[in-house]
Design a protein around this ligand. Structure first.
Ligand code: GDP
Length: 463
C-alpha cells in the first residue's frame, strides 16, 4: 500500500534500525510510564481530586497552591483552588469548567504517570475522546452525594457515556474513585450500593472484573488519596488501598515500540528560536533526532531536528510518549492537526472510504444509508457519511444475521462503509490495535464505536 510519490531519497535517510524492545526496557528503569485519563460527570470532583492528589505528592509547589487559593478566594470560589492546579486558562477559571485536555505528570512508587485531565462538560466530549484515545488507563470519578450519583449515572448523565467511550477507545483498566464520601457521612452502605451498580454496568460495557477496582475518598478533604485515611468513619470499615496505591497496581500496558513509527499531530506551533514544532503522542514505534518521516496524507517528507519528551531533550522517544518534535525541510503550513507523521518505508494509509465493524449505542433515529456522522479518530473529527450498510452481526458471535439491511437500530452490531469528505490517515485494527479504533457522533451524541477492517479508497492528498 505504499503511496505514490515515495521519493527515492527514502532509502538514504538516517532511519537506522535499533532493537527497540531492548532500548525501551533499558530506558524504562524501575518506573513504568502510564497515561491516565480522568473521566466522570461534570462536578463529580475530577479536577479537585487530581489537583489535591498532585499537591499531596509534592507535584505542586506550596507557593503556587497559595496563589491559587488567594485567587479563588477573591472570586468567591475557594473550594475550587485544587481544581485550578489543572485548569489553566482564565476562561476555565471564571467558569470553573475544565475544557481542554491538560497534561500533568506525577510519580508513584512504581509508575511515572501522565495525567490527561478530561473535561466533564457535555459540549466537550470531543476533547474527552482525544484524551481517552491517548490513555492507557482511567479513573472514573463518581459523586457519592445522594441524588448526585443517580443524576450522573442515569441516561443523559456523563458517567455512562464516558465509561463507554473510554472502553471503546481501548482503555481496559479502570479505578472508580467514589468521591465526596464526606457528604454521605462516609457511609459503608452508600459506598457498597454505588460499587454494586457500577460494577455491573462496567462489566456490561466490557471491562473485566480483574481490571476494575473501587476506592472511597474525598478529593476536597484529601482523604484516602495518598495517605492512609485518618477519618474514623472511613477506617471503621475500609482497610483497602489508597487511590495512589491502587494506581500503582495498574498492569503495565503493552507498547508497540517495534512497529513502524506513527504519531498523530495534536498541535502545531512556532518554535522560540525559529522553525516550527509539532506535539502529539507517539502511537507506535520510536523516533530519534536526524530521522526522516513522511507527513500524511500530503505525502511530504520532513526531517526531525529535535525530540523533546516532557520538556526535556531526548535522544529517542517511544510509543506511549508525549513528544514535541521540531521539523525541518517542510513548511509549517503543510502540517495540520490530525496529520500523521509516519515511517517512510511503511507509511500510514490514506482513506476516503473504509469498511468497519461498528457497535451502535443509543439512537433516536435508526441509521440508514447516507446517515451523516462525525468521525472521531485520534486527533481528528471529520464529517463523514455512512455510505453502505453491509450486514447486521450477531453481537456475541459476530456472525452475519442479515445482509444489506435497510437500517440499523440501537444496540446493534454491524459492518458498514464510511465515506469521508477529505482524505484521512487511518490504520486497520488488525495491524495497529490502538489506531484501528474510532467513534461516530451525531447531533452531539456518541452513536457508535468502531474498528477499521479495510481501506476501500484512498489517495494521497496533495496540497
Ligand atoms: P469536576 O467538574 O468533576 O472537575 O469537579 P470539580 O473538581 O470542579 O468540583 C466540583 C465541586 O465539587 C466543587 O465545588 C468542589 O469543591 C466540590 N468537591 C470536589 N470534591 C469534593 C469532595 O470530596 N467533597 C465535597 N464535599 N465537595 C467536593
Amino acid at each position: 500500500h505504499a503511496p505514490m510519490g515515495v521519493p527515492r531519497s527514502a532509502s538514504r535517510s538516517k532511519n537506522e534500525k535499533i532493537d527497540a524492545k531492548a532500548e525501551y526496557a533499558k530506558r524504562q528503569g524501575d518506573k513504568e510510564l502510564i497515561n491516565l485519563v480522568v473521566i466522570g460527570h461534570v462536578d463529580a470532583g475530577k479536577s479537585t481530586l487530581m489537583g489535591h492528589l498532585l499537591y499531596q505528592l509534592g507535584s505542586v509547589h506550596q507557593r503556587t497552591m497559595h496563589k491559587y487559593e488567594q485567587e479563588s478566594r477573591k472570586l468567591g470560589k475557594s473550594s475550587f483552588a485544587f481544581a485550578w492546579v489543572l485548569d489553566e486558562t482564565d476562561e476555565e477559571r471564571s467558569r470553573g469548567v475544565t475544557m481542554d485536555v491538560a497534561q500533568t505528570r506525577f510519580v508513584t512508587e512504581k509508575k511515572m504517570v501522565t495525567l490527561l485531565d478530561a473535561p466533564g462538560h457535555k459540549d466537550f466530549i470531543p476533547n474527552m475522546i482525544t484524551g481517552a484515545a491517548q490513555a492507557d488507563v482511567a479513573i472514573l470519578v463518581i459523586n457519592a452525594t445522594r441524588g448526585e450519583f443517580e443524576t450522573g449515572f442515569e441516561s443523559g448523565g456523563q458517567t455512562r457515556e464516558h465509561a463507554l467511550l473510554a472502553r471503546s477507545l481501548g482503555v481496559s483498566q479502570i479505578i472508580v474513585a467514589v468521591n465526596k464520601m464526606d457528604t454521605v457521612d462516609w457511609g459503608q452502605s452508600r459506598y457498597e450500593e454505588i460499587v454494586k451498580k457500577l460494577r455491573q454496568f462496567l462489566k456490561q460495557v466490557g471491562f473485566k472484573e480483574a481490571d476494575l477496582s473501587f476506592v472511597p475518598c474525598s478529593g476536597l478533604g484529601g482523604e484516602n488519596l495518598t495517605k492512609t485515611p485518618s477519618e474514623p468513619r472511613l477506617t471503621a470499615w475500609y482497610t483497602g488501598p489508597t487511590l495512589v496505591q491502587q494506581i500503582d497496581q495498574f498492569k503495565n500496558p503493552e507498547r508497540p515500540v517495534d512497529k513502524p513509527f506513527r504519531l498523530s499531530v495534536s498541535d502545531v506551533f512556532k518554535g522560540a528560536t525559529g522553525g516550527f514544532s509539532i506535539g502529539g503522542r507517539v502511537s507506535a514505534g520510536y523516533i530519534r533526532p536526524g530521522d526522516k518521516v513522511m507527513v500524511m496524507p500530503a505525502g511530504n517528507i520532513a526531517g526531525i531536528k529535535n525530540v523533546t519528551v516532557d520538556d526535556l531533550t531526548a535522544q529517542i522517544a517511544f510509543a506511549g510518549d508525549h513528544v514535541t518534535l521540531s521539523l525541518t525541510g517542510i513548511d509549517m503550513s503543510s502540517v495540520n492537526i490530525g496529520f500523521v507523521l509516519c515511517d517512510l518505508l511503511s507509511p500510514s494509509h490514506c482513506a476516503t472510504r473504509i469498511r468497519a465493524k461498528i457497535v451502535i449505542f443509543n439512537l433516536e433515529v435508526p441509521v440508514t444509508r447516507g446517515y451523516p456522522v462525525v468521525f472521531h479518530y485520534q486527533c481528528i473529527n471529520e464529517p463523514a457519511i455512512i455510505k453502505r450498510l453491509v450486514a447486521i452481526l450477531n453481537k456475541s458471535t459476530g456472525e452475519v444475521v442479515k445482509n444489506r439491511p435497510k437500517c440499523l437500530t440501537k444496540n446493534s452490531s454491524a459492518i458498514v462503509e464510511v465515506e469521508f469528505e477529505r482524505t484521512v490517515c487511518v490504520e486497520m485494527y488488525t495491524e495497529f490495535r490502538d489506531l484501528g479504533r474510532f467513534m461516530l457522533r451525531s447531533g452531539g451524541h456518541t452513536i457508535a464505536a468502531g474498528m477499521i477492517e479495510e481501506i476501500l479508497q484512498g489517495k494521497v492528498q496533495k496540497d
